[in-house]
Write a protein of this length. Sequence first.
Length: 365
Amino acid sequence: MLLERETQFASLNEYAEEARSGDGRLVLVSGEVGIGKSSLLEELQVDLRDASWLWGACDGLFTPRPLAPLRDIAREIAAHGDTGIGDLLDGELPRERVFDEVLAWLTQRHRLTVIVVEDVHWADDATLDLLRYLGRRLRRLPVLLLVTFRDDALPATDPLRVALGELGTQRSTRRIDLPPLSMDGVRRLASGGPHRPEELLQLTGGNPFFLVEVLGHEGTDVPGSVRDAVLARAATVGGSTRTTLEVAALAALRVDTQLVSSAANATPEDFDALVAAGPAHRGRRDAALPAWALAPRGRIDDPGPSSGGRAPSTARHARGRLRRRCPAGPPRGGCRRRCHGAPARTRRCPSSGGARRPSGGSCSV
């Protein structure tokens, strides 16, 4: 059993039994990257060996494939001799016709069928429409439709937000959120190792992927797998947004957006872009590793295309501006006021002698 996932696992089994009895379920499984969404569903597959499992995924392509998860599923079905859905997709039929045929195929199922659609934060419009269509028609079908997505990378205007709002009103829809591991969970995972659980929790935010990689890594440098994951997400931003990320990484694990705005001339749109791309989380206590991986020992090791290779200089100037704004000094905490996501109001800044000044919230990077 996965650590601290007993409640979510029990809920999934409950929904599976409801679907098995003919009361279909669409389950939205959300969580940040590395939190263990796929691992949870793979564990469920082991537990539900008598069910028919079909897997499909959305890809983070610049041009998403139309109905990519359905194409994956069609290939799995075709491997067992049924080419009906694949032929429909190849025939370029109207979307509505394809949806009707998929529903008709599901109606013919006589045992529990589990369909997994992963990473719908990358879904094209047609895939979101298919989920809407099926979500309204799962009742009286022995179907468990499991949909995973990252809830830390959705801009306010993302079409998935609209789809989630509509799906959430359906009687057959359920939702499971996967939180980071608690201090107790980190302590159990790190038992017998050289790392202090408190430091691990601060560095990783309780993210299982980061935790496992750090625990299995020898040395004090950043594990390559973690660094690659973080830099891949950071590489999706450029220009002033990239500069904002670089300066924020110098400040602290949790940074004052007002302070970084002053040091990097950042705009609200820059912070929104960081949250949407994934390197930062507004008003949350997790995602500490991106700052650790981007700025080990107080500098940006991988400056990225926007900095023209001048990261050490950028870091030096930014650090000076941060020190002028925050006498306590950014590397050891600076003005890390813990008003995560709070509305603008007056708060005390411990590094400014207790003076009161407006706060615009904070952003974990």
